[in-house]
Ligand binder design. Structure first.
Ligand SMILES: NC(=O)C1=CN([C@@H]2O[C@H](COP(=O)(O)OP(=O)(O)OC[C@H]3O[C@@H](n4cnc5c(N)ncnc54)[C@H](O)[C@@H]3O)[C@@H](O)[C@H]2O)C=CC1
Ligand SMILES: O=C(O)[C@@H]1CCC=N1
Length: 265
């Protein structure tokens, strides 16, 4: 599989790193371009991926083309590459937040096979969570191959496009929110005398372990909370103090604003 990337920023690099680490695609089969080669020169040399001179050259040499530019540039880039894309063989995979299948078809062509995705940054270590929605032209082996790229670097969830904004908050942005929680937990440890390095290691390990427990167990998170909270003990006292400070409301408000902002874009 020849895989092209237009745009080589943080997310493209996260996906490429995950694909190479999981032996899903060999580096020499990955071709990239953006107008700022200096920004990804070091990454390209370190990973062994190929660099093209233009967006059109990426498309010409690729079976699957990943559109990984900032949302503001996406329409112009699609216009620029539409002729090369429409050879009735290639598949366009977009990771651009807020860009609908219909909007892509309008610009790039109604016959084009398109997979709209929303990966999160954890794809870099093969632990991502990616929403996918295919248009009617993407079926069979091509759909399986395009989806397979994201299954290989984490989990996928086939969702109606109407749910993409909610997914974007819950999975695309939430690594930042979970990191915020980990940092806050660690900071509390520092307040009580631990070093930041050790407190962060402890907080991250606990977050990973608790997430694995939720996924592995048939219990709800609330059941698991009850399991940790000894009668008259310290956990329930801490939980109630966090709720008095508004933890649940703060998280839900944050997600509401994230969804609203995504829908405004
Ligand atoms: N950062 C995240 O966690 C997530 C980001 N996304 C989406 O991924 C896309 C990329 O985001 P990031 O990598 O974070 O942004 P970034 O700013 O790190 O990278 C954007 C890339 O697009 C390139 N670019 C800009 N104009 C171009 C053009 N005309 N032709 C070719 N390349 C061009 C830039 O040079 C850069 O390499 C965005 O559309 C964003 O909505 C989606 C899911 C999660
Ligand atoms: O912050 C953003 O706009 C993007 C969407 C999901 C994650 N990052």
């Amino acid at each position: 599989m020849q895989l092209g990337f237009i745009g080589v920023g943080g997310m493209a690099q996260a996906i490429i790193s995950g694909l190479i680490k999981t032996d899903t695609v060999v580096a020499s089969d990955i071709l990239v371009h953006s107008p700022h080669p200096a920004h990804y020169q070091e990454f390209a040399e370190a990973t062994g991926i190929q660099q093209a001179d233009s967006n059109a050259a990426v498309v010409a040499a690729s079976d699957f083309v990943v559109l990984a530019v900032v949302p503001g540039a996406a329409q112009a880039v699609l216009k620029e590459i539409r002729d090369e894309l429409n050879d009735h063989q290639k598949v366009l995979i977009s990771i651009v937040a807020g860009l609908s299948l219909q909007a892509m078809e309008e610009v790039a062509g109604y016959d084009l096979a398109v997979l709209r995705t929303l990966p999160n940054v954890n794809v870099a270590i093969g632990a991502g969570m990616t929403a996918i929605a295919a248009n009617n032209n993407l079926t069979g082996a091509k759909l399986a191959d395009a989806k397979g790229l994201f299954d290989a670097i984490g989990s996928t969830s086939a969702l109606p496009e109407a749910d993409f904004s909610t997914f974007s908050a819950l999975a695309g942005s939430s690594p930042a929110f979970v990191d915020f929680f980990i940092d806050t937990l660690a900071r509390a440890g520092v307040k009580h005398g631990l070093t930041k390095v050790e407190a962060t290691r402890i907080a991250a390990a606990v977050t990973e372990g608790s997430a694995k427990m939720v996924l592995a167990s048939d219990k709800t998170p609330f059941d698991l909370i009850d399991q940790v909270s000894s009668p008259g003990g310290s956990t329930v006292a801490g939980l109630l103090a966090m709720e008095e400070a508004g933890l649940m409301t703060a998280v839900v408000k944050g997600i509401d604003v994230t969804i609203k902002r995504d829908q405004e874009a």
